[in-house]
Design a binder for this molecule. Structure first.
Ligand SMILES: NC(=O)c1ccc[n+]([C@@H]2O[C@H](COP(=O)([O-])OP(=O)(O)OC[C@H]3O[C@@H](n4cnc5c(N)ncnc54)[C@H](O)[C@@H]3O)[C@@H](O)[C@H]2O)c1
Length: 255
């Protein structure tokens, strides 16, 4: 999108150094937003800062497992931008796949802590931080997965985590919608991507990729930009009657 339709908006995108998060940060920055991207590592922070330099915005270090740091990071964004983030894109997430019976409890906890508990607590801090001054057209956008809807063998932990996010989307939209506009004035939505070409899917065997492509109506894997453009659409003020929804962006896959 070339118009600066998000001019004046402050955005926080978690996990923005690569993949879907990177494409999303670029998409929203290209729409005129003041985007802050997060990474766990110093190298990632440096990469994001370089990527966003032509647009303004910036990069901050954030680990979704370090919940104690969330308030500080939200404050850092508000100080850097001159206003609190009004759009929060929960993109950071992990897979720790294993067959169900062989899945070590640590793999379950690790995925739930990163994919659910982190975004859950970050959203709580973010919304409560508005106090009585929630910006208009606030947006919470969660990157979920079709695995949270359809399931997928070997991903019982990941599927459960993304199903939890889908429920969080609907619950938060409804619960926050009951707040006075000074405390919450926006929407909560999710995107459930199918198979997208990123580091997360790089390790898939060729025959699995082939099967996925054959079962996808669009006959290809998705790109990070396919997802980022939908984030851009949901971020628009004009999307304000779309609320509590989780959109599949999967090329029409039938597993
Ligand atoms: N690639 C796919 O096919 C696909 C499909 C459906 C959903 N998704 C979801 O999209 C999102 C982005 O994934 P991707 O495909 O770009 O893969 P990716 O592995 O390239 O990106 C994941 C991002 O999350 C960050 N991250 C991981 N653990 C973190 C933590 N503890 N704290 C902060 N950040 C952390 C990583 O640093 C990275 O930037 C994830 O939530 C993933 O579950 C991906």
């Amino acid at each position: 999108m070339s118009e600066r339709v998000l001019s004046g908006r402050v955005v926080l995108v978690t996990g923005a150094s690569r993949g879907i998060g990177r494409a999303t940060a670029l998409e929203l920055a290209g729409m005129g937003a003041n985007v802050f991207g997060t990474s766990r590592t110093e190298d990632g922070v440096k990469d994001i800062a370089e990527m966003l330099a032509p647009f303004g915005g910036g990069a901050i270090q954030l680990d979704l497992l370090d919940r104690e740091s969330f308030q500080d990071r939200l404050d850092t964004v508000a100080q850097g931008a001159g206003a609190a983030a009004s759009i929060l894109v929960h993109n950071g997430g992990i897979t720790l796949d294993a067959p169900f019976l062989a899945m070590h409890p640590g793999r379950f906890d690790g995925v739930m802590d990163t994919n659910v508990r982190g975004p859950f607590e970050l959203t709580r801090r973010w919304v409560s931080g508005f106090g009585k001054a929630c910006p208009a057209d606030a947006r919470a956008i969660f990157i979920s997965s079709i695995v949270g809807i359809d399931g997928n063998p070997g991903q019982a932990n990941y599927g459960a985590s993304k199903a939890a996010l889908n429920s969080l989307v609907r619950t938060l939209a409804s619960e926050l919608g009951g707040y006075k506009p000074e405390r919450w004035n926006g929407t909560v939505n999710g995107i459930a991507p199918g198979f997208i070409q990123t580091a997360m899917t790089d390790g898939l065997k060729d025959e699995i990729v082939q099967t996925v492509v054959e079962r996808t109506a669009s006959r290809r894997l998705g790109t990070p930009e396919d997802v980022a453009r939908v984030v851009g659409f949901l971020a628009l003020p004009a999307s304000d009657f779309i609320n509590g929804q989780v959109f599949r962006v999967d090329g029409g896959i039938r597993l």
